[in-house]
Design a protein around this ligand. Structure first.
Ligand SMILES: CC(=O)N[C@H]1[C@@H](OP(=O)(O)OP(=O)(O)OC[C@H]2O[C@@H](n3ccc(=O)[nH]c3=O)[C@H](O)[C@@H]2O)O[C@H](CO)[C@@H](O)[C@@H]1O[C@H](C)C(=O)N[C@@H](C)C(=O)N[C@H](CCC(=O)O)C(=O)O
Ligand SMILES: Nc1ncnc2c1ncn2[C@@H]1O[C@H](COP(=O)(O)OP(=O)(O)OP(=O)(O)O)[C@@H](O)[C@H]1O
Ligand SMILES: N[C@H](CCC[C@H](N)C(=O)O)C(=O)O
Ligand SMILES: [Mg+2]
Length: 498
């Protein structure tokens, strides 16, 4: 990547830092000692586990030419012989510093941001499809992948650290990308990962429970998401149907209602099934109407499509063109993805791993099961080392929304899988729904059992992992893809029956 060297003294001025050890030009920036390239500024950040200052020596050995840190990092940086910038909170300035080093790439891009408990990835894909339809060269940054036009890499985080994010945006500009849609996670907002980006439009899907292992309280989780609406986006789009989200409503806010509330700026009417997905009419400001749709079932996907339309329109795209793009989007990996298997049982994999997502996904699939004259079987677990409070709520949502729940494992990580299952099962059993609940340790065995218990017409929903490719047990990630497992089980059952 072509980067114009930036003098450290210029960065010091930008962030009002105390400088020591002299001036030098920097050509890149990283927060990770293992990723240092010659010429980089190494941001030695205090973390929950350690202080990045303990890696200054190894950063210097890899070619770092300067350090950005706090007062604890000053001595180690000077000892390593590197010039240093000191501020109270280096994370808080990392966005601005990274943007400056990489030439403020977001100013040359139409940036669209999406936050919310569920629906960020789905909405991003729909927005990207709309941007493409309008002839823009697109980038996408989110949970599933990071894409710059036709260059794709798998994502490690939903929202990368500011250092990496600004480098990605700069690489995009260099490749001719003109618009980027990105998911902005609550972690990212707290940790300043998206600081230094001016959004043409930002949207908020919904607010539910998640990540209370990281945020001290639900209110702080909400406050984290609210930061995207602190004035950094020219257009703010809010879900009219979600009271929590609407706490951020201001005069200039644009709103949307999938449930057809005409009080919203954008609202949907005439929602009707079409193949696996849906068609609907979107009504916008000034009497605009757009005939559009989405290739996926469920009212939540109408909401995602409507949000995408409002964001695109807010960013200056013709809504009719945006609507065509959204309608043409083929789907989202691992989100209500139909498994490719013969037979009369429909297998669907979905990434629902929080209560409101499970409610939404199962509502969509129950309707489908009803049309098929079958029952809805739900295979579900909860991830280890994550928000423990959501586990019973997930179980409850699963039992409320389906006819049979098979409680199993989902990335137990360092926890005892049996204890996680017990929490999910307890919630499932407490549900007022009439679902039968069984527990099967081992995800493959649970999927096999779902297929064994299913009859023609039934829908099997395997929830929680979506397009994930592995099951994390202890420190190890074992290869596992729900789509492959479910297809194999369905295929094997058919073989056995014929
Ligand atoms: C809670 C959280 O997000 N933590 C992130 C944070 O960790 P931390 O501040 O505790 O850092 P630390 O481990 O104490 O290390 C301190 C510093 O030393 C540096 N270091 C550390 C070791 C080393 O060898 N060299 C080195 O330079 C680290 O880069 C860091 O800057 O900064 C680290 C460096 O960037 C991140 O890797 C780490 O992400 C952790 C691993 C993580 O799992 N994050 C997830 C939860 C996350 O961000 N998820 C969201 C939401 C997903 C969703 O919505 O589902 C996402 O956007 O992906
Ligand atoms: N608008 C929505 N409202 C409620 N649930 C939704 C909505 N959109 C998607 N979901 C559900 O949430 C799951 C995850 O969707 P998606 O990946 O789009 O969300 P996300 O916010 O990016 O999630 P994550 O933070 O885990 O990356 C889907 O598989 C679906 O079950
Ligand atoms: N980005 C999310 C994904 C969770 C997916 C689910 N399969 C789980 O392991 O809980 C997280 O790391 O919390
Ligand atoms: Mg996502």
């Amino acid at each position: 990547m072509n980067v114009t060297p930036v003098p450290l003294s210029q960065l010091a001025e930008l962030i009002s830092a105390d400088a020591a050890g002299g001036d030098i030009d920097v050509t890149g920036v990283t927060h990770s000692s293992g990723a240092v390239r010659p010429g980089d500024l190494y941001a030695a950040l205090p973390g929950a586990n350690r202080h990045g200052a303990s890696f200054v020596g190894s950063a210097a050995a890899s070619g770092a030419v300067a350090v950005l840190t706090d007062s604890d990092g000053l001595a180690p940086a000077l000892e390593a012989g590197l010039p240093v910038l000191v501020v109270d909170d280096p994370r808080a300035v990392l966005g601005a510093v990274s943007a400056a080093i990489y030439g403020e790439p977001s100013r040359r891009l139409t940036m669209i941001g999406v936050t919310g408990t569920a629906g960020k990835t789905s909405t991003s894909y729909l927005v990207e499809a709309g941007l493409r339809a309008a002839g823009l060269v697109t980038g996408l940054v989110g949970t599933v992948e990071t894409r710059l036009d036709d260059f794709v890499v798998k994502s490690v985080r939903t929202t990368p650290e500011a250092t990496d994010l600004q480098a990605i945006l700069a690489a995009g500009v260099e490749r001719g990308v003109t618009a980027v849609v990105m998911e902005v996670s609550s972690h990212a907002l707290v940790m300043g990962r998206a600081d230094g980006i001016a959004f043409a439009a930002a949207g908020y899907t919904n607010f539910g429970q998640d990540h209370l292992d990281f945020h001290p309280s639900s209110e702080e989780y909400f406050e984290a998401k609210a930061r995207l609406f602190d004035g950094r986006a020219a257009v703010e789009v809010l879900n009219y149907d979600d009271d929590a989200v609407m706490r951020l409503n201001r005069d200039k806010s644009v709103t949307y209602s999938a449930s057809g509330n005409v009080g919203a700026s954008w609202w949907a009417s005439d929602v009707r099934p079409a193949a696996f997905g849906q068609l609907f009419t979107a009504h916008g400001p000034d009497g605009v109407t757009v005939e559009t749709g989405v290739a996926l079932p469920g009212l939540h996907n109408v909401a995602n499509a409507l949000l995408a339309l409002a964001l695109l329109s807010g960013a200056g795209i013709d809504p009719v063109v945006a609507g065509e793009g959204i309608l043409a989007c083929k789907g989202v990996p691992g989100r209500l993805e139909q498994v490719d298997a013969p037979g009369e049982i429909l297998g669907v994999v979905d990434y629902a791993h929080k209560p409101n997502a499970i409610v939404a996904a199962l509502a969509a699939l129950r309707e489908l099961a009803g049309v098929r004259g079958g029952q809805l079987i739900c295979v579900i677990g909860a991830g280890g080392d994550r928000d423990k409070g959501k586990r019973p709520l997930m179980g409850e949502a699963a039992a409320h929304g389906s006819d049979l729940v098979i409680v199993t494992d989902d990335n137990p990580r360092t926890e005892d899988p049996g204890l996680i299952r017990a929490a999910v099962r307890e919630g499932a059993l407490s549900s007022a729904g009439a679902a039968k609940v069984i527990e099967i340790g081992g995800r493959r065995a649970a999927i096999d059992e779902a297929v064994r218990l299913a009859s023609a017409g039934d829908v099997i929903a395997v929830l929680g992992k979506g397009n994930e490719q592995g099951q994390e047990v202890g420190g190890e990630v074992l290869p596992f893809d729900d789509r492959i497992e479910l297809a194999a089980a369905l295929g094997a059952a058919l073989g056995g029956r014929s």
